[in-house]
Every structure is written in structure tokens, then in C-alpha cells.
Write a protein that binds this ligand. Structure first.
Ligand code: FAD
Length: 330
């Protein structure tokens, strides 16, 4: 049995940020991830400047393309669009396959390729698959996290689940502007066209699963229609649109209820369901929560789930989004 003070399950932004902060505090940890990095992660790859600030790096430090996003918002069904994106920070796009790998390497923490199946608690220690033991256990395994499944099964509410479909591909002729289509064709959510710095583009749609169930709308049909509309708008050529196959992944919006720590065991990022309620932004909250847990293990601060709203827009817009956007849909 190999023993570590802290074991983090999942090497995404939540896990690697926690590991990076622990390392800064002179503590040792091990990351277990079932996938080998660089790995594919479905995500539009929109991040804010807060992510860079929290992790103490600048655009110049980042070795891959990082694009400043100029965002055009379209509000359907009104034919109304404007170039403005009311978040509190500057907005960028990255490719997750590059970003996550870089963060993991930057954490300076050993990573073992291991698919965690079973976790038990014995005499104050967490035992993972009879192979690894630790004093502190951090669940950073995303939507399907085994730590959440084992110790926090009642944490999330099904009405907070977002269903998504997306595709990221090389498309050198892509536009430089990011387009967001709110309430696209009655979608209880939004669809996006996010350009990346290296001639790639990410196209997708996302909305509360409960909205799809209630309206009977099929997410795959909607995605196909979205591609057709992008062709009409001149954002995509018809032959590319025809050959695109979508892929989906669910995750959870922030819900106030439910604990995210129990004794020396913590949940961070998507495993805790921390995405912002207005935009479904999950990378920033994953990083923030990873840093907070490292600080709790290091004895400098306590990890608490916020009891107030968690929005990307903030201010009045965030308040409105939280009150009407989400509750209207459910
Ligand atoms: C289509 C889509 C678009 C999105 N767009 C954005 C966006 O533009 N901006 C934004 O901020 N957020 C976006 N999000 C949300 C964002 O991707 C997530 O919130 C973020 O990845 C959460 O990070 P994480 O580290 O918690 O989990 P993840 O990045 O999911 O990492 C979890 C890791 O745990 C590992 N793991 C899981 N189970 C096990 C196991 N049993 N054993 C070992 N390892 C395991 C996985 O292999 C994975 O590497 C989007 C999500 C989707 C689905």
C-alpha cells in the first residue's frame, strides 16, 4: 500500500489547482486520473482573467495560444445582437487539451494513471482500491467522481443538471468573434461559437436537462439546426457542417444545498456541482475550490460552499439570471 498525505482523484483544473497550491505550501500529494494527459475534455474553453489571477500566471507565461474574446451576444427570438459581454473580468479562449495538461505539469505533483473504483475509510485513513492510502482525500473527478458517489451521494439536485453537445475542430477560416445565442430556438440555455487562438473553433449548445424533458425538444436535432443556422450566418461552410458529429457531457450548476466536506474528505469542481448558474462557467469555480481545499489542508483557511449566489455576470444581471433564467426553466 502506498501512502500519501493527500490524494486527489482527478487531474482536471480542480485537481491540478489543489495540487499546485499544496506544493506551494511544501506539502506532498498524489493525483490519480483514469485518463492519460493530454486528454480530450468536452468544453468550449472560455475562461476569465480571474483564472489567470487565481493561478498566478499571465498570458505571456502560457505556452499555447490564448485568444482575447470579443463576444457578440444574440438574444433569440428577437433578431437583436450586440457586442458586449457583461462579466466582471476579461474573457479568453483556450483549448482544454492543452490547458489542462499544462496546469497538471505546472502543479509539480506526481500523477498516476489509475481508474479509481472503490474507496473505504479505515482507522482515519482513506483506502483506494487496496493500493493507495491517504489522510486527506480530494474528490476532483468531475461529474462521475467516485468520491462523490461514495461519500456524498445526496449532494446534487437533478433539476440543476445541464445537458450539452459540442464539437471542436480545426477551421482556419473561422471568425475571430465569439457568438453566443441565448434562448436559441426556444432552448432553455444558450448555444455558442467560440474561436480559438490556433485556427480551431468550438461549437455547441447547452441547457438544463429538465428544460429539454419538459419541452420534448431533442438536443441532437437542435444541434443540427444550429449548424444550419451558422451556415446561413456565414460562420460555417455547408460541407463542414454536414460532416460534424456532436458529443455530449452533462454537468451540474451550483446548488446551495449539500455539504462538500466530511471529516478529511473534500469535493471540488464539477464533482461538487459548482458551475455558475447564469453561464454554466465551471473552470473558474473548479480552480477556486481547488485552491480553497489546499488552504484548508494547509491550515490557513476553511473550505466552505458559498451560501450566496454564484454567477459569472455578477451584479444586477447575475441576480436577474439566477432568479428568472434558472427558475423559469425548471
Ligand atoms: C460542452 C461543455 C462546455 C463547457 N464550456 C465551458 C466553458 O466554456 N467555460 C467554463 O468555465 N466551463 C465550461 N464547461 C464546464 C467545465 O468544462 C467544467 O466545469 C470543468 O471541466 C470542471 O473541472 P473539474 O476539474 O472539476 O473536472 P474535469 O475537468 O471533468 O476533470 C475530472 C477528471 O477526473 C478524472 N476521473 C473521473 N473519474 C475518475 C476515476 N474514477 N478515477 C480516476 N480519475 C477519474 C477524469 O478523467 C478527468 O480528467 C463546459 C462543460 C461542457 C460539458
Amino acid at each position: 500500500m502506498k501512502h500519501f498525505e493527500t490524494i486527489i482523484i482527478g487531474g482536471g483544473p480542480a485537481g491540478s489547482s489543489c495540487a499546485w497550491k499544496l506544493k506551494q505550501q511544501g506539502r506532498t500529494a498524489l493525483i490519480l486520473d483514469k485518463q492519460n494527459f493530454p486528454r480530450l475534455k468536452l468544453c468550449a474553453g472560455w475562461i476569465t482573467s480571474k483564472v489567470l489571477d487565481d493561478l498566478e500566471f499571465t498570458k505571456a507565461d502560457y505556452p499555447y495560444p490564448i485568444l482575447d474574446l470579443k463576444v457578440r451576444m444574440h438574444v433569440n427570438p428577437i433578431p437583436f445582437s450586440f457586442t458586449w459581454f457583461p462579466t466582471r473580468w476579461a474573457n479568453y479562449s483556450i483549448r482544454r487539451t492543452e490547458f489542462d495538461h499544462w496546469l497538471l505539469e505546472r502543479s509539480g505533483t506526481p500523477v498516476v494513471s489509475h481508474h479509481v473504483k472503490q474507496i473505504v475509510q479505515e482507522e482515519g485513513l482513506y483506502i483506494i482500491d487496496n493500493e493507495f492510502s491517504c489522510k486527506y482525500l480530494v474528490g476532483a473527478g468531475g461529474t462521475m467522481c467516485p468520491v462523490r458517489r461514495t461519500f456524498f451521494s445526496k449532494l446534487r439536485r437533478k433539476e440543476d443538471q445541464i445537458a450539452t453537445l459540442e464539437k471542436e475542430f480545426e477551421y482556419p477560416q473561422r471568425q475571430d468573434t465569439c457568438h453566443l445565442f441565448f434562448f436559441y430556438r426556444g432552448l432553455k440555455g444558450y448555444s455558442w461559437y467560440v474561436p480559438k487562438g490556433n485556427g480551431h473553433v468550438n461549437i455547441g449548445i447547452g441547457g438544463l436537462s429538465v428544460g429539454f424533458r419538459k419541452s420534448g425538444a431533442n438536443i441532437h436535432d437542435l444541434f443540427k439546426k444550429f449548424l444550419g443556422d451558422l451556415v446561413q450566418e456565414g460562420l460555417l461552410d455547408a460541407s463542414t457542417a454536414e460532416n460534424l458529429k456532436d458529443t455530449g457531457h452533462p454537468y451540474y450548476l451550483y446548488a446551495y444545498e449539500g455539504e462538500v466536506k466530511r471529516e478529511n474528505c473534500f469535493l471540488i469542481g464539477d464533482s461538487a456541482g459548482l458551475a455558475s448558474v447564469d453561464m454554466g462557467e465551471g473552470i473558474g469555480p473548479a480552480i477556486e475550490s481547488g485552491l480553497m481545499v489546499a488552504n484548508e489542508i494547509g491550515g490557513t483557511a476553511s473550505y466552505q460552499k458559498r451560501s450566496t449566489s454564484h454567477t459569472s455576470f455578477g451584479g444586477v444581471l447575475g441576480w436577474l439570471a439566477e432568479r428568472f433564467w434558472i427558475t423559469e426553466q425548471a
